[in-house]
Structure formats: structure tokens, C-alpha cells
Design a protein around this ligand. Structure first.
Ligand code: IMP
Length: 173
């Protein structure tokens, strides 16, 4: 069963707010956005269109959840970025920070490449489930535990096309 958590309008409001916070922090400097596939692609495409700074975008894909609903802690890089980030301002775009294991690993890898700055912009933050200390610098919504789908976020590859965010309840989770 799908229960709406955030409407299209609420998401639009959050994306607008995040974009203006980012714009204020970076003046008109160039920002490289790294979109974590696949869950962040809808969020990233809306967010970057609200940013006035010069931007570059690249994509990274890591395997974490597979088609189940619990993290393994085994984070494997499936697709790396192609852009050189050394000396550049970088913002990672993530759909959900859950245990934090995925972002911790990605942050460590990217830090080694010596960006000028490295921040995280996450649409959703399940703070109560954190296993490692990772903070989102820009967070759309803090949510309770529960499995969410929609707006790019899937369950076993389904539901990414929903324009809103739902909690998925019932026998399939
Ligand atoms: P973490 O490593 O535990 O922080 O996991 C983060 C990743 O797990 C996110 O990027 C999502 O891909 C996935 N994830 C965590 N919670 C959910 C959820 O409620 N729905 C769908 N995917 C989720």
C-alpha cells in the first residue's frame, strides 16, 4: 500500500529552498554536482535547474541495497565519475541518507581526489538509523524510519516514476 508522505508541491518547495541555500553559500562559483544513481536522478535534474551558478554534473553508481530493503554495508563502486574534481567545489546529490554507510564510503573516495570542498545534498534523511557519522549539509526533509518510494526512489526498480514520495507499507516490504 502506498501512503503519500510528500506531495509534488512540497517536494518543489524543498528543492527550491535547497537551491537557494546552495546559491547563497557558493556565490557565483562553479559547482560540480555528483548525482548518485539511480535514486537521485529525478532530484538532481530538478535541483540543478534551480541553481544559478555555473555547474557541471557527473554520475556515480554504487551497489548497496540490491533488490531488498536492508543495507549490507558492502558498498561497491559500479560506475565512477569521469570529471577531475581536484581543486573544485563538489556537492554529492543523494536521495536518502539512511545508515550513512554508502555516503561515508563515497566521501572517503572523493576526498582522496582533493576537491576544494565536498558537501552533501540529500533530499531525505533518516537520522535515527545512522550507523556511521555522516551529515547532510543540505537536507530536504528529515523522516522517520519506513521504506519510501517515488520521485526517483525505487523498491526493486519500481515506483521511480511517481511524482510524489510515498511510504510503502504492506506485504511486499
Ligand atoms: P545507506 O548506506 O544505508 O545510507 O543507504 C542509502 C541508500 O539506501 C540510498 O541511497 C537508497 O538507495 C537506499 N535506501 C535507503 N532507504 C531507502 C528507502 O526507504 N527506499 C528506497 N531506498 C532506500
Amino acid at each position: 500500500m502506498l501512503k503519500i508522505l510528500f506531495t509534488k508541491e512540497e517536494i518543489e518547495g524543498a528543492v527550491k529552498r535547497l537551491a537557494s541555500l546552495i546559491g547563497a553559500d557558493y556565490d557565483m562559483e562553479k559547482i560540480i554536482f555528483i548525482c548518485l544513481l539511480k535514486g537521485s536522478f529525478v532530484f538532481a535534474s530538478d535541483l540543478i535547474r534551480k541553481i544559478k551558478n555555473p555547474v557541471e554534473i557527473d554520475f556515480m553508481r554504487v551497489a548497496s541495497y540490491g533488490s531488498g530493503t536492508t543495507t549490507t554495508g558492502n558498498v561497491v563502486i559500479m560506475k565512477d565519475i569521469e570529471v577531475d574534481i581536484s581543486g573544485k567545489h563538489v556537492i554529492i546529490i543523494e536521495d536518502i541518507i539512511d545508515t550513512g554507510l554508502t555516503l561515508k564510503k563515497i566521501k572517503d573516495i572523493l576526498e582522496e581526489r582533493r576537491p576544494k570542498s565536498l558537501k552533501i545534498c540529500a533530499l531525505l534523511d533518516k537520522r535515527a538509523r545512522r550507523k556511521v557519522p555522516v551529515e547532510g549539509d543540505y537536507v530536504g526533509f528529515t523522516i522517520e524510519d519506513g521504506f519510501v518510494v517515488g520521485y526517483g526512489i525505487d523498491y526493486a526498480e519500481e515506483y521511480r516514476n511517481l511524482p510524489y514520495i510515498c511510504v510503502l507499507e504492506g506485504e511486499r516490504v
